[in-house]
Design a protein around this ligand. Structure first.
Ligand code: NAP
Length: 303
């Protein structure tokens, strides 16, 4: 008999959640445009011809238009010098029609990424990577927050309501995901543990988590028996693996099928955290625009 195993965990649908965020952003943009005569503008800068980056930039441009914002696309040749890129950023910083600036990473090797990120006006830094925003977030002040952890936070709040007092474990400490995620969870009054390559007994650390956020980049590294029954699991990992049929497929850092038998709720890969990242880029652009004009910020779309 073919017994179909039932999974207990709720599947957190990031695709639907992201569509909801984009719809809310679009409503705010329509109101801003009709009532205030202001249209939020997002500038995306791509240097070189990395095919994956080109896909991201195209998706960003399409979704920017769909929510009614103005998109400014700057595609620069791979040989662009750092000085030329910095000059463009200076122009975008000074342009009142541009409320958000994103420089697509990775940059070609001859360009100093730190210097480029530091040249973006922190008030327009919708990726939240500028050290001013990192410092503001770290000291519990109003910041522009990196998009991927912001998306994770939105999904956690939606699922759990208040996060106060919960044990949160973040596996991974990168500047774009793990560290800002930990700061956001701390700000929401979780008790936060950040684990990394050198953490001892990762299994026991994970088992103590009411909220487990994994951003490592190792396919299915976390099995179901590392998960506390009923925990909420956010899988940030995106790993391409070879499937049995010879094709490739995307999997997360968590063994989804195994974990779904234990967790209370879990994000799938694909279709979990991924779609939230661009949605949060748009919500950050809206937030930056409202702040630039001294207008109230959209509720529920910021940290
Ligand atoms: P990263 O910069 O490579 O950082 C990986 C982190 O994982 C590091 O802190 C590393 O620890 C830790 N780590 C590696 N092996 C480990 C192990 N065996 N045990 C415990 N910790 C370990 O990666 P990232 O940029 O944060 O990205 C992580 C994953 O998320 C990737 O799969 C990436 O594709 C995905 N991602 C998805 C989105 C999205 O939109 N959904 C956005 C960004 C990233 P050390 O610091 O000690 O080296």
């Amino acid at each position: 008999m073919n017994i179909r195993e039932t999974t207990r965990a709720a599947r957190i649908d990031g695709k639907a959640f992201a569509a909801g965020v984009r719809a809310r952003v679009a409503d705010h943009v329509a109101e801003l445009t009709s009532v205030q005569g202001i249209t939020p503008g997002l500038a995306v800068v791509l240097v070189g011809e990395d095919p994956a980056s080109e896909v991201y930039v195209r998706n960003k441009a399409r979704q920017t238009r769909e929510v009614g914002m103005t998109g400014f696309e700057h595609k620069l040749a791979a040989e662009t010098t750092q000085a030329e890129l910095l000059a463009l950023l200076a122009r975008l910083n000074a342009d009142p029609a541009v409320h958000g600036i994103l420089v697509q990473l990775p940059l070609p090797r001859h360009i100093d990424t730190e210097a480029v990120l530091a040249a973006i006006d922190p008030a327009k830094d919708v990726d939240g990577f500028h050290v001013s925003n990192v410092g503001l977030l770290g000291t519990g002040q109003k910041a522009l927050v990196p998009c991927t952890p912001l998306g994770c936070l939105m999904m956690l709040r939606d699922r759990l309501g208040s996060l106060r007092g919960l044990n949160a474990v973040v596996v991974g400490r990168s500047n774009i995901v793990g560290r800002p995620m930990a700061q956001l969870l701390l700000r929401d009054d979780c008790t936060v543990t950040v684990a990394h390559r050198h953490s001892r007994d990762l299994e026991a650390i994970c088992r103590g988590a009411d909220i487990l956020v994994v951003a490592v980049g190792r396919p299915r590294m976390i099995p179901g028996d590392w998960i506390k029954p009923g925990a909420t699991v956010i899988d940030v990992g995106i790993n391409r693996i070879e499937a049995e049929d010879g094709r490739t497929r995307l999997v997360g850092d968590v063994d989804f099928d195994d974990a779904a038998r234990v967790a209370g709720a879990i994000t799938p890969v694909p279709g979990g955290v991924g779609p939230m990242t661009i949605a949060c880029l748009l919500s950050n652009t809206l937030t930056a625009c409202c702040r630039a004009h001294g207008l109230p910020e959209p509720e529920g779309l910021t940290a």
